[in-house]
Design a binder for this molecule. Sequence first.
Ligand code: SER
Length: 655
Amino acid sequence: MSLTVNEIRSKFLNYMLEKGHAVVPSASLVPENDPTTLFTGSGMQPMLPYLLGQPHPLGKRIADSQKSFRSQDIEEVGDNRHTTFFEMLGNWSFGDYFKEEEITWMWTFLIDELKLDPSNFYVTCFAGNEALGVPRDTFSADLWQKLFAEYGVDANISDTPEEGIGEGERIFYYSEKKNWWSRSGVPQNMPEGEPGGPDSEMFYDFDPKNEKKVHENSAWKNEPCHVNCDCGRFLEIGNNVFMQYKKTANGFEELPQMNVDHGSGLERYAAALRNDSDMFNIDVFDEPKKTIARLSGKNYGANDIEIYAYRVVLDHIRSATFLIGDGVMPGNKDQMYFVRRLIRRAVRFARNLGVQENFTKEVASSFIETYKGEYKNLEEKKESILTEIDREESKFRKTLENGIKEFEKVIAKDKGDEAWNKLNPNESNINPNDVLRWEIPADVAFNLLQSFGFPIELTEEIAKEKGFSVDMSGFEELKKQHSESSRTASAGKFKGGLGGDGEMEVKFHTATHLLHEALRQVLGDHVLQKGSNITSERLRFDFSHGEKMTDEQKANVEKIINDVIAADLPVHREEVSYEEARARGAIGVFDAKYDATVSIYTIGAQTGKRGEANLFSMEFCGGPHVEHTGQLGHFKIAKEEAVSAGVRRIKAVLE
Ligand code: SER
C-alpha cells in the first residue's frame, strides 16, 4: 500500500516543521482583498505580502498545504492529470535560507522520506538571459548533479532540452519560457512591482524504460521526448522558485530579501508513489468512485467515454464541495458562476454514465468524509454544502428538461424548412431513428446554449439520440463571432487587474475598512465582513445583514465615511498579541491562524479601544493601506443589493 494523500501531507508538514518552519493552515479558496484574482490558485498567493518584505508574524520559515482552484482548467479535465482543485504543498523562506537548503531538503524529502526512486527524477534550471540581467543558474544545476551522484545516479547536464534526452541527461537548462515563475508568467508579461524569479522544477518519469506506455497517443509521439513536452511521460511534481527580483520600469532589481517559494502537487506525489500516472487513481477518489459506481452501475475504467465522464464528475464535484465549503454559492456572477458551471458540467457528464437523477450530493458527501479530518469546515458545513449542491442540480435538471422540450419543439417544427431538409429531400419516407439525416441549424444550437445553457456537446448528444446531426462548423463560427464581441466588452472591465499600478486598489482597501466600521455604527454589531473584492474602479463588500438598507441608512454610512476622510485621520499598522487585539476590539476576518502576534490596522488614534475617542477603526489585516484618510477623495455607494439570504453587498466608488 502506498502512502495516502493524508499521510503524505502530514509527512511533508512534519518534515518542514523539523527544518524550523511554522506550519500554517490553508487559506481560503477565495482570496481576501486581492483584486487580481478570483481564486487562490497556488500556495504563494496568500504569501505575497511577505515575499515583498512585510514581516510574517510567525517568522521567516513558513510551510502549508494550500487548497487551490484553477478555473482556467475546467475544460482540460478528463485526461489523466488535469484537475481544477488540488492541494499545493509549500514552504517559504522570507529572506532566510536559499538555494542550497531548498534543493537539498527537497531531494532528501522525495528520496529518503517518500522513498521515491532517484532514477525516476529529472530536473530543470534557468538558462539565464543577458538582456534581463539574470545569470544562468549553474549553482542549482551543479547541486542537483552532486545530489544525484550521492545516490548513485550519473546525471549529465544538457543545454539543448528540446532536442531530446541524450545519454545520461537528467538536468536541463530551459529559457524563461519554462524556468521563470511569477504570477503573470514570463518576465516580459510582468507588471511593475511584481515579484518573480528563476526556478528549478522537478519531474517524475512514469515510463522510465521509455516503453511509450503513456505517450503513444500524444501529439508529441514523433517528436524527441523531453521533460516539458507534455506527452504524459513526465509530470512536473514540484517547483522551487528563487524569488529574488522585482520588475521595475528599467528591468529587474533585487528584492530587499532573497526568497524561496516552493510548491509541489500533493496529488502528484501520491500518483508518483503509486507509479501510476492516472491522478484519478489516488486514494482520495476511492470512496467517491464507489458512490458513482453504485449510482450508475458502471465502474471506473470500463471504456474511454466513461473514464472521461468519471473524471469530470469526480473533479467537478470535489471542487464544488470545497468552494461551497469556503462560502461560494452557485450563482451567476464572479466566483459563484464557476460553482454553477462545475455542477452543471458534472450533471451533464454523468448522463454519459447513465445517471439521470440527482446524485451530486451523494458524491459530495463521500468527498466530505474523505477530507473532513484535514478540513474541518467541510464537516461543519456539511448540511449547507449538500443542500446547495442538490438545489443547484435540481435547478439545472429543470433547465435541462425545458431545454429538451424546446429541442423537441424545434425538431417537430416545419419539416418543409429548407435548412432542415437539405439533407433529406424526400422527407416523407424518413424514420428519424434510422440514420442521421437531419441537421440542426447553427443558430438553433447556439440559441440552446445561450438561452438554456445547453453546451454544444449536450445538443449533439440529444440530437443524436433523436436521429439528428448538428451544423457544427456554423455553430463554431457563431461562437467565435460572439466571443469576439464579448472580449471587446470585457477588455475595459479588467483593465485594473494585475496590470494596474495598485494605487486605487490601496485606496479602496482603506475605504473598505471605513465602510465596515460605518455599517456597524449604522446597522449594528451583527454586521460582519463576508467577502471583499477590489478593482481599480470600485470596492465590493459583502456583509451579514438581513434587510435591504434604507436610503437614510445609506446616506448615514456615506456621511460617516466622508467625515472621517475630511478629518484626515492617520492609518497605522501595528503588531500586537492576539489577546491584545481582541481586548481592544479589533474586528475583521481572522481565522485564528497565527497564535503569536497579529497585524492590525488602526484608523485614527493608535492607542485605546476601537470606538473610543478618535480611534475610528481597528481591523485584523495585512495591508496595504494609504497613510491617511484624506487621500481617499469622496466616498459614494453605487449599489446595495442582496447576495444570498442574510448577506448584502455594497459596491462603492471614490470620486
Ligand atoms: N509559486 C510556484 C507555483 O505555483 C511555487 O510555489 O508553482
